[in-house]
Write a protein that binds this ligand. Structure first.
Ligand SMILES: [Zn+2]
Ligand SMILES: [Zn+2]
Length: 243
């Protein structure tokens, strides 16, 4: 989204770097341990080498390990009525004059997020006439999937989680809609481990979360995503039965 381009090229992390980012898991038990260790190569794809104009071609990202995240992260307080304040707009947003646009912005310290769904419509920018057209089923699914992806991505930033460089993941940065559409609607093991560290005190149950997302995916007809969550839950349960 910014006009500048980085000179150093991004190299996808090695398996050793992925494990280092995940950190020690000896304190973890049960489903969350299985969720970040079982069938990883089967369920999670490597982050692709960026093409010209992709996020990692334009922005330098050094990654944030679980250890680094835990040091500075927010833990959900157990006695608060308001966790975050989130705004959604159909107006196109840009944060400063040399940026052409952003999908969203998050102020982690104040727990405020604002994001725009304007560019998620494949017809953006809409003509006067198109504004009144009912989207096709295909367009509806695409817009909704992008909106949920942007919403969750920005929401997770509010927990202090930075962009992911370890796998193909919902927390990868995205520079354009094509890149956004290649992004999955799930967290990689490193980012899931980070989320768990923020939510474990409020009884975080990864299977319950996966089932909830699976129901939403089925309801909205997100076929690929529903299949992924179904397989992931099966894999985690299969390992449990094998023990
Ligand atoms: Zn982001
Ligand atoms: Zn990730």
């Amino acid at each position: 989204m910014a006009a500048t381009s980085q000179s150093s090229k991004f190299l996808p992390p090695t398996n050793k770097q992925q494990l280092k980012a995940l950190g020690g898991i000896y304190k973890l038990n049960g489903d969350i341990r299985r969720a970040i260790t079982v069938g990883i190569d089967e369920s999670f794809l490597p982050i692709p080498i960026p093409k010209g104009g992709d996020w990692l071609d334009v922005h330098e990202e050094t990654g944030q390990t679980v250890g680094e995240y835990v040091k500075m992260s927010k833990t959900i307080p157990t006695s608060t009525h308001e966790l975050f304040c989130i705004g959604v707009t159909m107006a196109d947003l840009y944060p400063q004059a040399d940026w052409n646009f952003v999908y969203g912005e998050a102020d982690i310290d104040r727990g405020i997020g604002l994001w725009s769904f304007a560019r998620l419509d494949p017809l953006f920018p809409l003509t006067e006439e198109q504004q009144w057209q009912i989207p096709t089923e295909e367009q509806r699914i695409l817009i909704l999937k992008r909106a949920i992806g942007v919403f969750l991505h920005e929401l997770i930033h509010l927990f202090g989680m930075e962009h992911c460089i370890y796998y193909l993941c919902m927390m990868n940065g995205t520079e354009h809609e094509e890149e956004m559409d290649e992004q999955p609607l799930y967290l990689c093991p490193v980012c899931l481990r980070k989320l768990y560290s923020s939510l474990e005190k409020v009884d975080f149950d990864v299977i319950r979360m996966y089932q909830g997302i699976l129901d939403v995916c089925k309801k909205f007809n997100f076929k690929e995503e529903a299949e992924w969550y179904e397989n992931r839950v099966k894999l985690i349960h299969r390992e449990k039965e094998d023990l």
